[in-house]
Design a binder for this molecule. Structure first.
Ligand code: SF4
Ligand code: MG
Length: 335
C-alpha cells in the first residue's frame, strides 16, 4: 500500500501561566492511500492537537512542536516554511471542522467560495472553475447546482452547509482530508447521510481520510483503521475488527463496554471511572494506571512501549508485553 502520511514521535506542548501542558506526547502513526483512519478518544486526549499540528495550525508560541518528522508523501511538513505550508493547506491536505457555519463566509456566495481556491491553485479559467464547482456540488449531492451557486450560506440547511464545506475541502482534489468531529453538530439522520457521503467520495476519488471523533458509532460506520488516544499518546491501533472485537488495552476495552453493539448508531464514549492524568505533570509509567483494574507495580514506574500483536494491531500495555515477566522479576529481585 502506498503510504501518504507518517507521523513520527510527535510532541506538542503549550506554555500557560500554570505551567507547560504536554498535550501530545510522542505520537506515531501512518496513513495509507484511500483509507480512513479514525483517531478516537475523550476530549483532551490530544486528538485535535495532533491533527492541528500536522496541518501547521498550532500557534508557536504558546505551542511548541517537536518530532522526528511528519512525512506527507515526499516531504517533511515540519521542515516547511509558513509560505510553503500554505501552498499545501486546502490543496494537498484539506481540513473540515465541526461547525459548518463558521467554516463558510456568510457574505460570499457558495459559488465564490467554491471557486476561490481552485482558480488560484489549479490555474483554471472562470468558466472552468464554475464547471468544477457544479461538478463538486453534484458529487456531494446538492440538487440544481447551477442555481445554488448564486446563493448564500444562510439559504442552506445545516446538513447542506456541511455538504458544501466538504465540496470546498475537496475541490482542489487533495490527497488527504482531515475531518475533526465533522458530524457532531448535525442531527442523527443528517449525520448518517454525511458519513455515507464520505464513503462515496472516498470510493470515487481515492482520498485518504483522518477522522477525529469521540463517537464510536461514527467510527464503526466509516473507519478502516483506528488509533485510540489517551493522555497524549496513541495507546492502541488496529484495523476496525481488531479494535472492536479484540481490543487489548484496558482503556479501549472500557470504551467499548459503554457501547453495547457495534451496529448501533450514536455510541457516545462514556467516561470510565476516574479521570485522565494531569498533563501538566503526566505520570512516568502508563497514564491509565490510576484507573486500570489490572495495574501492576511496573505499570506506574515504566511506560509500556508498543507491542505488536499482528501486522496491524499494536498496543501499549504491560499485559501484552513479552518483556513484562522479566521486568517484573528483575524489579522484585532489586527490592
Ligand atoms: Fe493497565 Fe498496566 Fe496495561 Fe497500563 S500498562 S493499561 S496500567 S495493565
Ligand atoms: Mg476536538
Amino acid at each position: 500500500d502506498e503510504r501518504i502520511l507518517s507521523v513520527e514521535d510527535l510532541h506538542v506542548t503549550f506554555s500557560t501561566y500554570g505551567g507547560t501542558v504536554q498535550a501530545v506526547r510522542g505520537v506515531n502513526f501512518e496513513l495509507y492511500k484511500g483509507e480512513t483512519l479514525a483517531i478516537v478518544g475523550e476530549s483532551g486526549c490530544g486528538k485535535s492537537v495532533t491533527s492541528n499540528a500536522i496541518m501547521g495550525l498550532i500557534q508557536q508560541p504558546p505551542g511548541k512542536i517537536s518530532s522526528k518528522g511528519v512525512h506527507f508523501k515526499y516531504q517533511d511538513l515540519t521542515k516547511l516554511s509558513k509560505k510553503e505550508m500554505r501552498k499545501i493547506q486546502g490543496v494537498d491536505i484539506s481540513m473540515i471542522f465541526q461547525d459548518p457555519m463558521t467554516a463558510l463566509n456568510p457574505t460570499l456566495t457558495i459559488g465564490e467560495q467554491l471557486t476561490e481556491g481552485v482558480k488560484q491553485h489549479k490555474n483554471l479559467s472562470k468558466s472552468e472553475a464554475k464547471q468544477r464547482a457544479i461538478d463538486m456540488l453534484h458529487l456531494v449531492g446538492i440538487p440544481n447546482p447551477d442555481e445554488r451557486l448564486k446563493q448564500y450560506p444562510h439559504q442552506f440547511s445545516g446538513g447542506m452547509r456541511q455538504r458544501i464545506v466538504i465540496a470546498i475541502a475537496l475541490i482542489c482534489e487533495p490527497e488527504l482530508l482531515i475531518a475533526d468531529e465533522p458530524t457532531t453538530a448535525l442531527d442523527v439522520t443528517i449525520q448518517a447521510q454525511i458519513l455515507e457521503l464520505f464513503d462515496e467520495i472516498q470510493a470515487k476519488t481515492g482520498v485518504s481520510i483522518i477522522l477525529i471523533t469521540h463517537d464510536l458509532g461514527v467510527v464503526a460506520k466509516i473507519a478502516d483503521r483506528i488509533a485510540v488516544m489517551y493522555a497524549g499518546k496513541v495507546i492502541e491501533t488496529g484495523d476496525k475488527r481488531e479494535i472492536f472485537y479484540n481490543p487489548q488495552h484496558p482503556y479501549t476495552q472500557g470504551l467499548l463496554n459503554s457501547v453495547p453493539r457495534l451496529d448501533l448508531a450514536g455510541g457516545e464514549l462514556k467516561p470510565i471511572d476516574g479521570t485522565p492524568p494531569d498533563l501538566f505533570a503526566p505520570p512516568e509509567g502508563c497514564p491509565f494506571a490510576a484507573r486500570c483494574p489490572f495495574a501492576m507495580d511496573v505499570c506506574t514506574n515504566v511506560y509500556p512501549e508498543k507491542t505488536a500483536l499482528s501486522d496491524t494491531h499494536n498496543v501499549d500495555c504491560w499485559l501484552q508485553d513479552p518483556r513484562a515477566q522479566k521486568l517484573i522479576e528483575e524489579r522484585a529481585f532489586a527490592q
